[in-house]
Design a protein around this ligand. Structure first.
Ligand code: GDP
Length: 450
């Protein structure tokens, strides 16, 4: 994590014609560069209007620029933001000029990486910046904002403080090899470790909701051929993306669409029909359906209510529970339609994908199901990502190992080494990563200029 000496610059807005484009620049030379370009170093954080002339003195554009003085900037370094007219040619000219003046083009996520290295953000907050940029629902936005404000970091600090206490307790005995942990201390330590394990599990339990927030709630539409699955997808999406056809078994593969339902983002997946005696091609589609079903958070089971109640294949039925399935008795507009069968224990609704009858209520139900997927941790909204999950899992395994060593009266040194391992894993979540490769892969997911 050596000292950062280079000045970096990048376009912070997408390439293309727009009202404005923003170019940012950060590093120790920013101060003198600002003076050289604009002839003055204005009050930090105060926007100024000026002509931007390149090194050869040619006028490029009139711009707004803001100087940020270290450490009060996004990166924690001296930084400059230039808003020019949103013409990619102008933006490129300015960027090229900054590079001539000694900047180098920033790598993906480099501004945020510097913010992390300079202690402006912990690693979970840096990741939240990314979540914030990609949030596509009210819930995803709320979770990203809370994480950016340090919610996960605070949860981790609580666990870490407890763990550090336990380590201190254990290590006090390492210095006195002739003494063993007295039974009352063992009891206290055990309680402490159980608390940490529970806290770890609580956080781990938010992982599945984290996936739903970041990728959308995977909502898989299943049902027999011709039940009206594609029609329902179209109805929910509001346009004809799926091919609706009166011939059974037309959706051989699967279709995917994102929609928002209230504060939630849904990834709707229309699957091939589940035919009782499928052809070879249909069988392929059904295998795909099972693949999708295994990843599903929510099932919309479309039933043709003009026909006898179908029986689901057992493999699929095993995945569908009252907590994740809504049964839809479709085609309620037809006279031969039967009302939603009462013997089905799961939530059921009468709908018509054709006329839209019952679809508003369906949307409400979907929203209620989606609400029920959210896991609370204290008063704060926490939804961990895959990296956090893997660190927490490693931590939990180490804690569990320590608990069983404690129960087996094993030497305190062995216990201490498990606890230190847990501490390292927990530490990775908020930061303390000195592994360049891990940082590289993490920030590579960012865009240039962020
Ligand atoms: P899928 O094979 O399950 O995807 O079914 P489709 O959406 O392709 O629909 C099969 C047939 O049923 C089509 O002719 C649709 O127009 C028709 N259909 C779908 N939903 C309804 C409905 O609610 N009412 C009526 N009357 N017909 C429907």
């Amino acid at each position: 994590m050596g000292m950062v000496k280079e000045n970096i610059a990048a376009l912070a807005t997408p390439v293309g014609a727009s009202a404005i484009a923003v170019i940012r620049c950060s590093g120790p030379a920013t101060n003198s560069m600002t003076k050289a370009i604009f002839g003055e170093l204005p009050t930090p954080r105060m926007a100024r209007h000026a002509d931007y002339c390149d090194r050869g003195g040619k006028l490029v554009d009139d711009v707004l620029f803001t100087f940020f003085e270290a450490p009060n900037s996004y990166t924690g370094e001296d930084a400059l933001e230039i808003s020019c007219h949103g013409n990619p040619y102008i933006a490129r000219r300015i960027l090229e000029d900054l590079i001539e003046r000694g900047c180098r083009p920033a790598e993906a996520g480099e501004f945020t990486r510097r913010a992390f290295l300079n202690g402006r953000l912990d690693l979970s907050q840096a990741e939240a910046v990314m979540d914030l940029i990609h949030a596509r629902s009210e819930r995803a936005l709320a979770a990203a904002n809370q994480q950016l404000r340090g919610a996960l970091g605070r949860e981790m600090q609580r666990l870490i403080a407890r763990l550090v206490g336990a380590i201190a307790q254990v290590e006090a005995y390492i210095d006195f090899p002739e003494e063993d942990l007295p039974p009352e201390d063992r009891g206290g330590l055990r309680k402490n470790l159980e608390e940490i394990r529970r806290g770890t599990e609580k956080l781990l339990a938010t992982g599945s909701y984290g996936v739903m927030l970041r990728e959308g709630i995977r909502t898989v539409i299943v049902g027999e051929p011709n039940a009206g699955k594609s029609s329902l997808l179209n109805r929910l999406v509001g346009h004809d993306r799926a091919i609706v056809s009166p011939e059974p078994g037309t959706t051989r593969d699967y279709l995917e669409e994102s929609i928002t339902v209230g504060p939630h983002l849904l990834r709707l997946v229309d699957t091939a029909g589940l035919n009782a005696s499928p052809t070879l091609l249909e069988r392929k589609g059904m295998d795909k359906t099972m693949e999708q079903a295994r990843e599903a958070h929510l099932f919309l089971w479309v039933i043709d209510s003009t026909r006898p109640l179908p029986v689901l294949g057992s493999k699929l039925a095993d995945l569908m529970t009252p907590a994740n399935t809504i049964a839809l008795f479709n085609k309620s507009d037809l006279p031969e339609s039967m009302p939603a069968a009462a013997e089905v224990s799961i939530t059921r609704l009468s709908i018509s994908a054709l006329t839209g009858h019952g679809v508003d209520e369906l949307v409400d139900r979907i929203s209620t199901f989606a609400d029920s997927f959210q896991v609370e941790v204290g008063d704060e909204m926490v939804a961990i990502n895959v990296r956090h999950s893997s660190a927490l899992q490693r931590g939990r395994i180490a804690i569990e190992a320590a608990v069983s060593k404690l129960a087996a009266n094993e030497a305190v040194e062995l216990l201490a080494s498990d606890l230190r391992e847990a501490l390292d894993s927990f530490g990775e979540i908020a930061g303390r990563i000195d592994n360049e490769a891990v940082l590289d892969s993490l920030f590579a997911n960012f865009c240039i200029g962020k």
